[in-house]
Design a protein around this ligand. Structure first.
Ligand code: ATP
Ligand code: MG
Ligand code: MG
Ligand code: MG
Length: 476
């Protein structure tokens, strides 16, 4: 089943059951606490928080999402993309656990001939929150899932909150058993690659109090009106229905892999490391095009910095695969070709997207050239001095003069057998930031731009992207 058909069936199923179909919002979140939309519920947040009255009690959408914190998983696990689409159904004080569970089961297990996705019920495993007996009873008694395929998971996986006072509640997740070729048995609690999570049902039933701790916060009591928020990963379901091994090989992504192999001459499936690079290129180019499509431009802070790092990582991986010249134009066109059917604005905006992407490629190729010279010299000097650690000074210099993100320096140094004095690098970054702040104070002119960039850059380096986006992974 093609991705486009998965989407159509989703929306039709919920529309037939009284849900208002809401188009995807832009990836640029209309929300000061988020840079980018990480989950389908984000556009509905005001309704869940009671800040606005929903126009209808039920809604459904297929929402574009970007999760930067998942960047390290890309290409290594089989199931994480930085861009993906979350299919959702939402109830604002209308149906609750039983309704959500019944709909999910019906849509997943109804045969394809009858409009469902036709998954084998015996391959579906359920998780519920530790003390959520109510959900378990529905799964067992109403749906008929045997007890041995229901597992209980703790706060980290199966309890949802926005990290601030407001609604929160337990989740129940539906996982698909991909079989022994994906590793040991034992259910999703044991092996989350074999038993891949496809659908998360969030039951918003409690009021959360204040408190920073992610796992330990006060619950004030029941919400007066209970809500449902669910999210199913479209690409994950496509991976199962198209019977491919990972997200990057589904219909809408595979053609990007194929384009990248054509541009580099590398064969997909020939070698572990180059396969990871091909998947990174595929994922990151998709994300880049979707971000530029929604109006993000590469820059040194905020969303622009997210885009810059993702795009530069894609280009760098193309070079690892052997590309020497520009590659972005053809990759962008391939992504537009595959995603344009569902997002026609990509086609009408093609020229603008290409212009932005090509300018960033040119800037990066220039930086890469200058930075590589500095790095090579530094590596030779380091080795000559009998050391295996590139100094923090050099990493800082690369960052400062050529905009090398620390992960790029780490990777390039590792290729030449060196590690990097990261603490030293961070110390210099911090000192520079403090100098910038002091300067700004002294001159009483706001050097805000510069220091903001440094903070973002530093935080991003320190935690590999998660620093300033840490809250993104938490929704849904
Ligand atoms: P996982 O545990 O596999 O990382 P998650 O629990 O972080 O997933 P949720 O926040 O519950 O995911 O999001 C709802 C659904 O969105 C998931 O069940 C999954 O199908 C999909 N999804 C989440 N993250 C990704 C991703 N990085 N790439 C593709 N699909 C994703
Ligand atoms: Mg999970
Ligand atoms: Mg989940
Ligand atoms: Mg996750």
């Amino acid at each position: 089943m093609e991705s486009a058909e998965i989407r159509r069936r989703w929306l039709r199923f919920f529309e037939e059951r009284g849900h208002t179909v809401v188009p995807s919002a832009s990836l640029i979140a209309d929300d000061p606490t988020l840079l980018l939309v990480p989950a389908g519920m984000v556009p509905f947040k005001p309704y869940f928080l009671g800040e606005a009255t929903p126009p209808a009690p039920r809604a459904t959408s297929v929402q574009k999402c970007v999760r930067t914190p998942d960047i390290e998983e890309v290409g290594k696990t089989t199931r994480h993309g930085t861009f993906f689409q979350m299919c959702g159904n939402f109830s604002f004080g209308d149906y609750f656990k039983e309704g959500a569970i019944t709909y999910a089961w019906e849509l997943l297990t109804t045969s394809q001939e009858q409009g469902g996705y036709g998954l084998d019920p015996e391959r579906l495993w359920i998780t519920v929150y530790l003390d959520d007996d109510e959900a378990e009873t529905i799964w067992r008694e109403k749906i008929g899932v045997p007890a041995e395929r229901i597992q209980r998971l703790g706060k980290k996986d199966n309890f949802w909150s926005m990290g601030v006072p407001g609604p929160c509640g337990p989740c129940s997740e539906i996982n698909y058993d991909r079989g022994p070729e994906f590793g040991v048995e034992g259910g999703p609690a044991v092996n989350d690659e074999r038993y891949v999570e496809i659908w998360n049902l969030v039951f918003m039933q409690y009021e959360r109090g204040a408190g920073e701790d992610k796992e330990n916060f006060p619950i004030l009591g029941d919400l007066p009106s209970k809500n449902i928020d669910t999210g199913l990963g479209l690409e994950r379901l496509a991976m199962i229905l198209q019977d491919v091994r990972n997200l990057y090989e589904i219909d809408t992504s595979r053609i990007v892999i194929d384009k990248a192999t054509e541009l580099t001459g590398v064969r997909y499936g020939a070698d572990q490391a180059s396969d990871v690079s091909l998947r990174v290129v595929t994922d990151h180019m998709r994300t880049s095009v979707m971000l530029i499509g929604d109006g993000v431009t590469p820059g040194n802070e905020g969303r622009g910095y997210v885009l810059r790092r993702i795009m530069r990582r894609a280009i760098r991986n193309m070079r690892l695969l052997g590309a020497t010249g520009p590659v972005v134009a053809e990759l962008v066109d391939t992504v537009i070709e595959s995603m344009g059917q569902q997002y026609p604005e990509l086609i009408t905006e093609r020229k603008r997207i290409l212009t932005v992407a090509l300018a960033e490629e040119a800037a990066f190729l220039k930086a890469l050239k200058g930075g590589t010279n500095i790095l090579d010299t530094a590596v030779t000097e380091t080795k000559a001095a009998g050391s295996t650690v590139l100094s923090g000074d050099k990493a800082f210099l690369l960052h400062d003069t050529w905009g090398f993100p620390i992960d790029l320096t780490l990777e390039m140094a590792a290729e030449q057998g060196l590690s990097v004095d990261e603490p030293g690098f961070r110390r210099l970054m911090k000192e520079q930031r403090e100098r910038a702040k002091a300067d700004a104070r002294a001159k009483k002119t706001g050097h805000a731009d510069l220091s903001a960039y440094r903070e973002v850059a530093d935080a991003a380096g320190a935690t590999d992207f998660t620093g300033y986006l840490a809250t993104e992974g938490e929704s849904t």
